[in-house]
Design a protein around this ligand. Structure first.
Ligand SMILES: [Zn+2]
Length: 229
């Protein structure tokens, strides 16, 4: 998550544990999708109504501004002050195919961006947990990452990337007392690395498995291609 990056856009409100917020004068959501501050003040700056070229699919849109970071959030609903049907950008959450403990660390890292030192430590804990899940259990993070790259569990580029981001784990903090506190941007980069590692190790393989299963179900082999019994 480098500075200025546009968070992923999602059309649907996909946080079933929360009721859809209303398209009111303020957008009441848990966290600002830009700065992750909890209970942000998102005040309306602009509004408009749109429809498709054939005048169907009318939607009411409002643009909101986070008073902390100045980031803009747009949201739409079928009519004013009704539950929203989507917002851009949306929050980012770690994918459900990531093992629970690593996912919790990742989500907490994303939620602690305003405390970059904490966020970096949480991202490092996520990396630690992801590596443990793949059998790399002993020692400090970087040697384990190197080993995973050498054994082609991750790509060599990912191994190099790991050395360019801050992964200050709890047990490494005291070893380097001169280390400066990480900035919010450094924390974003650490989280981005941890997320990419999780996607590479768990999310992508799970999507491939699901894709294979779906294509096998929807496209059975024609009669002629069946193996003879
Ligand atoms: Zn904000």
């Amino acid at each position: 998550m480098t500075a200025g990056r546009i968070p992923k856009m999602k059309i649907l409100w996909d946080y079933p544990h929360m009721a859809n917020p209303l398209l009111s004068q303020q957008l009441v959501i848990d966290r600002c999708p830009h700065c992750n501050v909890a209970n942000p003040t998102l005040e309306k700056m602009w509004e408009s109504q749109t429809s498709r070229f054939d005048t169907t699919d009318t939607r009411c849109w409002r643009i909101y501004r986070c008073t902390r970071c100045g980031g803009l959030v747009s949201a739409f609903a079928r009519s004013w002050d009704q539950p929203i049907g989507g917002m851009y950008p949306n929050y980012e959450r770690a994918h459900e195919s990531i093992p629970q403990k690593a996912r919790d660390f990742l989500n907490q890292a994303m939620d602690s961006l305003q405390s970059p030192a904490g966020a970096v430590m949480l991202a490092a804990s996520a990396v630690d947990e992801l590596l443990k899940q793949k059998g790399y259990k002993e020692g400090k993070l970087h040697p384990r990452i190197n080993k995973a790259a050498k054994e082609h569990v991750i790509t060599s580029e990912m191994g190099k990337w790991a050395h360019q981001v801050r992964l200050d784990a709890n047990n490494q903090r005291h070893a380097d007392e001169n280390a400066s506190l990480p900035t919010e941007d450094e924390a974003r980069q650490s989280i981005e690395f941890a997320t990419a590692l999780a996607e590479f190790l768990f999310v992508l393989p799970s999507k491939v498995r699901q894709g294979l299963k779906q294509s096998a179900e929807s496209d059975p082999k024609p009669e002629g291609e069946k193996t003879e019994e």
